[in-house]
Design a protein around this ligand. Structure first.
Ligand code: THU
Length: 136
């Protein structure tokens, strides 16, 4: 699976976005370390806070199928600008690794890459709960 193919998957998922309120469709495709791809779109709700972002839709689909080791995620939103994951999605992503590659794409040809560590520095991760109650 190339980066271009992963972006293609995200673009396909974007077509399924349910966005009657924002009219801002987003698509995401997550590649597992085992080589599988799970896709997601944003799903809005009349009760706005119940909206689920594309990234979390893709991740939750993967996690609910037993996948927790992720290589990368491709995200597509506005074709004229790079759409970066929101804070909540960054927190969900970092749970599964600071080394996950985040691909922000305007198109298959036009994309940028970051690591989770770069886009969520000084993060709170499962490691922080390892010594709870300790003095360290
Ligand atoms: N949204 C995503 O799905 N992912 C992002 O990275 C940014 C925002 C969605 C949430 C909402 O449906 C719409 O975009 C506008 O905020």
């Amino acid at each position: 699976m190339t980066k271009k193919q992963l972006i293609q998957e995200a673009l396909k998922a974007q077509q399924m976005a349910y966005v009657p309120y924002s009219n801002f469709p987003v698509g995401a495709a997550v590649l597992t370390r085992s080589g599988k791809v799970y896709t997601g779109c944003n799903i809005e709700n009349a009760s706005f806070g119940a909206t689920n972002c594309a990234e979390r839709t893709a991740l939750f689909k993967a996690i609910s199928e037993g996948e927790t080791a992720f290589d990368s995620i491709a995200i597509v939103g506005d074709p004229k600008a790079f759409t970066a994951p929101c804070g909540i999605c960054r927190q969900v992503l970092v749970e599964f690794g600071l080394d996950i590659t985040v691909i922000l794409a305007k198109s298959e040809e036009d994309f940028k890459e970051y690591t989770m560590e770069e886009i969520l520095p000084l993060s709170f991760t499962p490691k922080d709960l390892e010594n709870k109650g300790g003095t360290a």
